[in-house]
Ligand binder design. Structure first.
Ligand code: SF4
Length: 367
């Protein structure tokens, strides 16, 4: 129910560092005025990073599309029987990286794929070691929690032991993929294992305890309600307060094209711009200085929405994202965004672009 002055009260509490509860956050989703949210979220971003917005020159490498998880929201996976199923060898991975590394000054490699049961832990150790050797300034940002869970079990290792071996082989950070919405009932509807939300949090906690930094994400705009998003954000915040292991948070809007959820008529359209901006602004307000980096999700929304996301509280553009294959599988083609386009897009809205590396260290400031 809309209550006069309630949005102001909730935002005021967040700014003072008081803990919000799920009703507070759900209220912001359901009733807060979007312009008020955006104004306040941008103020929080200004207090953290001023008018600087970072981005990274990166390559996303989806080394296989064969997957035994088969999420209902995924248009990318194949069972292995289709003609367009693929799985790259170590040499193919290295060759693909070589096409971009020197030419575009790539600093981050986001490497993840389906959960392909034909592969094993040794495949990743070998690939990471080779990448480290041949592309020394690349930070390896690798493997979703689904891959970590499956391949650690296949290798009969604890998650901690598997992560340690990956780190020794060259893994630097872990992406937030697989976060979706943590709630068990929602995950079942998405075709995910019931406890996979808890597992995501547990794997991230293990990584943070070991000193491995990770990203965090939320995928919205499917079958969830406001309260599920509120709980999701608060779970990430609670873990962040323990180890400060999350380097960033990205809210993604679900792309229904070519997915089982779309075919079943459960989700017909993608979330609109209002929803995209609301999710950015609420995340910025809820996380405050505890989780300083909020990424614009330009990949699914395009450059103009990326610019608006910055005005609504995002302070990292994300990456140049060469070679990504998951979003194009939904039928959307946003193209690869070259570094110069990002710099111009940020300057056009009065921001100072800052190129960063995988660990958010400054590479160059474009005054
Ligand atoms: S989202 Fe990832 S785990 Fe789920 S089906 Fe697609 S590739 Fe597999």
């Amino acid at each position: 129910m809309l209550v006069s002055g309630e949005t102001e009260r909730i935002i005021g509490r967040a700014k003072r560092g008081d803990e919000l509860d799920e009703e507070d956050v759900a209220y912001l989703y359901d009733y807060a005025d979007l312009k008020e949210l955006g104004r306040e979220a941008r103020k929080v971003a200004d207090s953290i990073s001023g008018n600087r917005v970072s981005f990274v020159s990166n390559l996303i490498l989806n080394y296989t599309n064969i997957c035994n998880v088969r999420c209902k929201f995924c248009a990318f996976y194949r069972t292995g029987k289709e003609e367009d199923s693929y799985s790259w060898t170590e040499d193919q991975v290295v060759e693909e990286i070589g096409k971009y590394y020197g030419k575009f000054g790539i600093r981050q490699l986001l490497i993840q794929g389906g959960v392909n049961p034909a592969l094993d832990a040794d495949y990743f150790y070998a690939i990471f070691r080779r990448i480290r050797k041949e592309f020394p300034s690349l930070g390896i940002h690798g493997l979703s929690t689904s891959e970590i869970s499956f391949f650690s079990r296949k290798a009969k290792l604890s998650v901690e032991a598997f992560l340690e071996k990956l780190r020794e082989s060259g893994l630097e950070t872990i992406p937030g993929a697989g976060g979706e919405i943590f709630d068990s009932e929602i995950r079942v509807q998405l075709g995910r294992p019931r406890d996979s939300g808890k597992e995501w949090l547990s794997i991230m906690e293990t990584a943070h305890r070991m000193g491995i930094k990770t990203s965090s994400t939320m995928m919205y705009g499917h079958v969830e309600e406001s309260v599920h998003k509120a709980r999701h954000l608060l779970s990430i915040l609670a873990l962040q307060k323990k180890y400060h292991g999350f380097l960033s948070f990205t809210p993604w809007n679900f792309e229904p094209g070519n997915t089982e959820l779309e075919r079943a008529g459960k989700v017909k359209f993608r979330a609109g711009g209002e929803d995209v901006l609301r999710n950015i602004a609420i995340a910025r307000i809820v996380f405050g200085k505890e989780l300083p980096v909020i990424q614009s999700s330009w990949l699914t929304n395009g450059i103009e929405m990326g610019q608006l996301a910055v005005m609504f509280g995002a302070n990292d553009w994300g990456g140049t994202i060469y070679d990504e294959k998951v979003i194009p599988a939904t039928g959307r083609d946003v193209g690869n965004l070259r570094k110069e386009t990002i710099i111009t897009s940020l300057r056009n809205i009065g921001m100072v672009p800052v190129e960063r590396d995988n660990l958010y260290r400054t590479v160059e400031i474009f005054q």
